[in-house]
Design a protein around this ligand. Structure first.
Ligand code: ADP
Ligand code: MG
Length: 357
């Protein structure tokens, strides 16, 4: 009996051909992707600005990056004009001077979000702290230590629940003596707006550093994650660690960001506890929040700093939509479980790292 193997042979030939084509396609795809990534990397554009009382450094890649960054700069100037507490005629200035103002949609949305987070954090974030911040000189740089009595009087006008929003007319009303300041949230909101602009322009790879608030779009042009340093609050020239993230915000509030040393030799920093009007000293020296939305991360980094370790951990367990890194006065580095695979601790820190879940 003869077995006809010709069909089998031609089947094998087809199979080989198919395999060869497949390999060719894969090689083309890899090569094409490599070339695309190389092109992207070669089209880096940067913009540095002084805005919102700090330095912004914006970097985007790709053919639309330059146009996108120009739009970003215009938008930053627009937001600055609306949100500055000191610029005469800004939305915030008008609320503070006139107790009632019809404001731009940006201002309205941002205040709404800040009040919601004020509510969630039980007032740890309170945008009506402005009179107290001013008394300490944090808004002008003329630092002083206010008397207990002065703080007690100023605190009678601190209550975020006194801010009333009216959606139809976008009007914001506050009682006499109540003044707001969006310093804890404005940069995070601005970062969200800029990321949106870049995305709409077709940019797929960008990293924005808004005075230490880092917000990323996509991955690095070579497809690897962005690497964002978390400063060592005890020695700012060093890092406590490095985070690898894509499409995420990494926003830190630290006592070391803005502070002065009083005549008593004590350090007084710019994040205040709304309970007593004093710089918040609840065991933390730095809080980094990692999440998708800049405004929320910014608001929470300030609020968690005020809350201290135990309340911050309880809040994280209850909310669960962000990750965080807490650095305590004792040099402990506490991270939430979600960061385990994307955090690399700096020299001398490995021993201090604790994960919570
Ligand atoms: P930074 O502006 O240094 O990045 P934050 O985002 O933590 O840091 O914002 C701190 C600013 O927020 C302060 O300069 C002050 O204007 C304001 N602020 C301070 N304490 C509070 C608080 N408990 N609630 C709301 N705003 C605050
Ligand atoms: Mg903040």
């Amino acid at each position: 009996m003869r077995i006809d193997l010709s069909g089998l042979h031609s089947g094998k030939r087809e199979c080989n051909l198919f395999f060869a084509i497949l390999v060719f396609i894969v090689i083309l795809a890899v090569w094409g992707n490599g070339a695309r990534q190389k092109r992207l990397a070669e089209t880096a554009h940067e913009k540095s600005l002084f805005a919102m009382d700090t330095y912004f450094s914006l970097r985007a890649y790709g053919p639309n990056a330059e146009a996108g960054l120009t739009l970003c700069e215009d938008r930053v100037r627009e937001l600055e004009k609306l949100l500055s507490v000191t610029a005469e005629g800004s939305d915030v200035w008008r609320i503070d001077q006139e107790q009632a103002a019809s404001v731009a949609e940006d201002t309205f949305r941002l205040i709404g979000e800040a009040l919601r987070i004020g509510e969630q954090t039980d007032g740890a974030l309170d945008i009506t702290l402005y009179p107290v911040l001013r008394a300490w000189g944090f808004t002008t740089g003329d630092y002083r230590i206010p008397e207990k009595q002065e703080l007690a009087e100023l605190l009678t006008a601190v209550d975020y629940r006194a801010v009333a929003l009216e959606g139809g007319s976008h009007s914001v009303t506050v009682p006499e003596g109540v003044q707001i300041d969006l310093g804890a949230v404005a940069k995070g909101y601005t970062g969200d707006v800029l990321i949106d602009i870049l995305r709409q322009q077709g940019v797929t790879s960008a990293i924005l550093d808004l005075g230490g608030n880092v917000q990323t779009l996509g991955t690095k042009p070579d497809g690897t994650p962005w690497r964002v340093a978390v400063r060592n609050p005890f020695d700012r020239s060093q890092v406590a660690g490095v985070l690898e993230v894509n499409d995420m915000c990494v926003i830190t509030s630290g006592g070391y960001e803005r502070y002065f040393t009083g005549e008593d030799g004590q350090i007084y920093w710019h994040i205040l506890d709304p309970v007593n009007g004093m710089p918040a000293r609840n065991g933390l020296v730095s809080v980094t929040v990692v999440g998708e939305q800049g405004v929320r991360c910014d608001a929470l980094s300030t609020a968690l700093f005020v809350m201290g370790k135990d309340r911050a951990v309880a809040f994280w367990k209850q909310q669960g939509d962000f990750d965080m890194i807490l650095i305590t006065e004792d040099g402990e580095l506490i991270l939430t479980e979600g960061l385990r695979d994307c955090f690399e601790s700096g020299a001398d820190w490995a021993e201090q790292v604790v994960y919570i879940d």
